[in-house]
Design a protein around this ligand. Structure first.
Ligand SMILES: [Zn+2]
Length: 306
């Protein structure tokens, strides 16, 4: 399971209700900030999440409404004397921008307790049983990235099989859970395959920032249990959406339908529309949709069936 908290759901400019782009993904004690628009540090406090355990910031792209909160956020971490450097991840272009911006505001990596890491589309981070992958995203000529959080498929041990084969509780069963074979007291060798049930899929969470087309995203986000993506415009302003390099709610929901998504979560909400209008346009094509609000929390679990 991944836990997602929306911290800022506004497009381009903040409003009284909506902060600029940021969200937090938690997996056990590991916490990741996705984008860091202006004011994100205060949104973290208001959400009662604080800064602890937050080891990475994953940036989708270099536009100011997604990165301008970094300097203030890092400066506060420094004042609190939080231990351990925080890693800021993004494309080559995004990281080069963050480097220039942070060097002249709070100082170099060594002075200010952060580390920059440029990544290409592909693996970003691997932990036992889950991983993060970056995917390329098209948005106004930027080097943008989306991020996939995925648990690996698991095969649980079957208690009936363990009992029938006489595998005692304790270290033998723990070894089989890890995938290691064991030799019982009577000399029989038992492998994991002999006592495992069928494979069950892990949870998949896809987070895409600003984006101008969705055809290239169908394969990478396919069958995600939750997809977070922008819906800056409505179909009646489709020409404006195209010229600004953004999506309409209908296009976002077409992606969700074509990629067999579990739940569609729309963000980057423009003040020019009522959220109900965005919801209605998207739901016409894909009913499992909601327009995110600041401080919404969503648990992302693997679907049992679909
Ligand atoms: Zn934006």
């Amino acid at each position: 399971m991944f836990e997602l908290t929306f911290l800022g759901t506004a497009a381009a400019v903040p409003s009284a209700e909506r902060g600029l782009s940021a969200m937090l993904v938690a997996k056990g004690p590991n916490r990741f900030l996705i984008d860091c628009g202006e004011g994100t540090q205060r949104q973290l406090m208001r959400a009662q999440l604080g800064f602890r355990g937050l080891g990475h910031v994953l940036l989708t792209h270099l536009h100011l409404d997604h990165v301008a909160g970094l300097a203030g956020f890092l400066a506060t971490r420094q004042l609190y004397q939080l231990e351990g450097a925080i890693e800021i991840v993004g494309s080559q272009e995004t990281v080069a921008f963050a480097d220039r911006y942070l060097s002249v505001t709070i100082g170099s990596e060594r002075e200010a307790g952060y580390r920059l890491r440029a990544v290409s589309p592909g693996p970003v981070l691997t932990r036992a049983g889950w991983h993060i992958t970056a995917v390329p995203v098209a948005h106004r000529g930027t080097e943008s990235l989306g991020y996939l959080f995925e648990e690996e498929a698991r095969r649980a041990l079957l208690p009936d099989r363990l009992d029938a084969l006489g595998v005692p509780a304790g270290p033998e069963r723990a070894a089989l859970v890890r995938g290691d074979p064991v030799v019982l007291a009577d000399g029989r060798r038992i492998t994991s395959e002999m006592v495992q049930g069928p494979s069950t899929a892990g949870a998949k969470l896809a987070i895409i920032g600003d984006v101008q087309e969705v055809a290239s995203l169908i394969a990478p986000v396919r069958r995600a249990d939750a997809l977070v993506i922008e819906a800056t415009f409505l179909e009646r302003d489709a020409a404006l959406a195209r010229s600004r390099g953004h999506l309409t709610a209908a296009t976002a929901s077409r992606l969700a339908r074509d990629a067999e998504i579990g739940e569609l979560l729309l963000t980057h909400i423009s003040g020019r529309y009522k959220p109900e209008e965005i919801q209605a346009e998207a739901a016409g094509l894909f009913p499992r949709v909601r327009v995110a609000a600041d401080f919404d929390r969503v648990g992302v679990n693997a679907r049992l069936s679909f």
